[in-house]
Design a protein around this ligand. Structure first.
Ligand SMILES: Nc1ncnc2c1ncn2[C@@H]1O[C@H](COP(=O)(O)OP(=O)(O)OP(=O)(O)O)[C@@H](O)[C@H]1O
Ligand SMILES: [Mg+2]
Length: 150
């Protein structure tokens, strides 16, 4: 099972890590659902932006906080970018047709997955981003790991 640890020193490096994961996903059978964890402003959207630059290069990634989900048309796979910051329960997910996204031909990237532990699929990639050094505010520790129900 995949479990990798990285450090990035800039926004661009976090974007590049997202892009590298997207390229690997195109060539492997990694789960097409990425649950992103991490505090406000830590770099989740930056990671998604890099990821999208490979899967849906024509698209512009913005924080979807108010829309809950943004869809990006990709070359082969679509990309569904969720922000669960304001989700409070299953009714909110139902209102955006969340379950339908899981069965469509695309990749889900989900910011604030902390808020939907009850709605994660059986298998997914967990990407955790943390600030790791108070003296270096641009440094991030990023863990990418595969999670599967046993
Ligand atoms: N190593 C780094 N990786 C990512 N972002 C960084 C890094 N260093 C500094 N930053 C800055 O941190 C901020 C990250 O913003 P971003 O919107 O990606 O965070 P977020 O986790 O999506 O926040 P939110 O919880 O509000 O959605 C940006 O201002 C970015 O420039
Ligand atoms: Mg964000």
């Amino acid at each position: 099972m995949l479990r990798e640890l990285y450090q990035t020193k800039s926004t661009q490096e976090t974007e590049a890590l997202g892009a590298a994961l997207a390229a690997r996903m195109q060539e492997s059978d990694l789960p097409r659902y990425i649950a992103l964890y991490g505090d406000l402003g830590v770099g989740k959207t930056a990671f998604v932006r890099g990821f999208a630059s490979v899967i849906a290069p024509e698209s512009t990634v913005r924080s979807p906080t108010f829309a809950l989900v943004h869809e990006h048309r990709g070359k082969e796979l679509d990309l569904f970018h969720f922000d669960m910051y304001r989700i409070t329960g299953e009714d909110d997910l139902y209102s955006i047709g969340y379950d339908d996204y899981l069965t469509r031909n695309g990749i889900c990237l989900v910011e604030w997955s902390e808020n939907i532990p009850f709605a994660l699929p059986d298998a997914y990639l967990r990407v955790t981003i943390e600030k790791c050094d108070a003296d270096h505010p641009d440094l991030r520790a990023i863990c990418i790991e595969e999670v599967a129900a046993c």
